[in-house]
Design a protein around this ligand. Structure first.
Ligand SMILES: Nc1ncnc2c1ncn2[C@@H]1O[C@H](COP(=O)(O)OP(=O)(O)OP(=O)(O)O)[C@@H](O)[C@H]1O
Length: 310
């Protein structure tokens, strides 16, 4: 897969305070690359630097064309975190205006706009004023605006926020379709379940620095250790002293035992002492959501040997 975007050693300060430092990643043709991180981690700052809304103090941003040359800026699509289109203008007019700004043929843009409005349950809304749309409808129009010109690189900052589950599903499918058709996608989202389902690779940023970067499958193998949930009256200390236990969380009769890396689940289950009270037991891998919370709250789940962290 060709690399469409290279971000190298990006650094940015505001008023003498370092906001992001040494941020490096790539986005390739046909992939969904997620950029994740807690509130204030520096995701939007990274994206704004990529989009030229602000300029980095250090590092470089390079757009590549599928044929090796630099990708023209009009082949980039961007859905910003801040929503809002011009208010007193009709849906079709704004879509065609934005397509024209990107040098995209108007007849093709009109057909694409109609097709997408239909796909997003907005058929017949082309003559409605943008200000008359609901928040979710407005977001759909803004999403269409970001892809109307068939961008080669698409940057989506929180595309799912404020959408109902049906609309989320529509966006999810469309983002997947775009990637399958070769668009390189950089996706910033707090919806970990969706990211886990959709992203091929991810870059996690915390306090302006890289904490994880890699293929989703590798990250899950590397970080998503097993956890064993036991319902029953048990002493937390007892459980914490079992072999290969990283930490235990307990609430009422439910204990979650986080197991260390490389533990063999069957072997671990066999050695459980008889005095442990088990009314119910489940064993799962921790989710991306939990990996994220561990990093964001500085729990030491990831501080094991061999795990890359900043
Ligand atoms: N223009 C600015 N001037 C000063 N500080 C800023 C500016 N823009 C962002 N910051 C600061 O930079 C840090 C990172 O902000 P950024 O918006 O990049 O975070 P984020 O990861 O996108 O967060 P969220 O998930 O909340 O959207 C924050 O501490 C924020 O206050």
């Amino acid at each position: 897969m060709n690399t469409m975007l290279t971000v190298k050693s990006l650094g940015k300060s505001f008023k003498g305070k370092q906001i992001i430092s040494n941020i490096s990643f790539e986005v390739k043709q046909g992939e969904i690359m997620a950029i994740l991180g807690p509130n204030g981690a520096g995701k939007s700052t990274t994206i704004r630097n990529i989009m030229g809304i602000m300029y980095p103090d250090e590092g470089s941003i390079t757009f590549h064309h599928s044929k090796g040359a630099t990708i023209p800026r009009h082949k980039i699509g961007y859905l910003p975190e801040e929503r809002g289109l011009y208010k007193n203008v009709k849906v079709m007019d704004i879509l065609l205006y934005l397509a024209e700004l990107k040098d995209y043929p108007l007849d093709k843009a009109k057909q694409r706009a109609l097709d997408y409005l239909k796909k997003f349950d907005l058929e017949g809304k082309e003559k409605v004023n943008v200000e008359e749309l609901s928040k979710g409808m407005g977001q759909k129009v803004q999403f269409i605006a970001s892809i109307i010109h068939e961008p080669e690189l698409l940057i989506l900052d929180e595309p799912f926020s404020g959408l109902d589950p049906v609309s989320q599903e529509l966006f999810k499918q469309e983002i997947r379709n775009l990637a399958q058709n070769g668009t390189a996608i950089l996706l910033s989202s707090h919806q970990m379940n969706l990211v886990e389902e959709m992203a091929d690779r991810l870059f996690m940023i915390h306090r302006g620095q890289k904490v994880i970067y890699g293929e989703m499958t590798d990250v899950k193998m590397e970080y998503a250790n097993f956890k064993c949930t036991i319902h029953g009256k048990n002493n937390k200390q007892d459980l914490a002293q079992l072999p290969n236990v990283q930490r235990v969380e307990q609430e009422d009769d439910r204990s979650i035992i986080y197991l260390s890396k490389d533990v063999q689940p069957t072997t671990w289950l066999r050695q459980l002492p008889n005095h442990i009270n088990i009314q119910e037991l489940t064993l799962n891998r921790i989710s991306l959501h939990e990996i994220f919370i561990d990093i964001a709250t500085d729990k030491n789940l990831l501080q094991e040997e061999g795990v890359e962290h900043a």
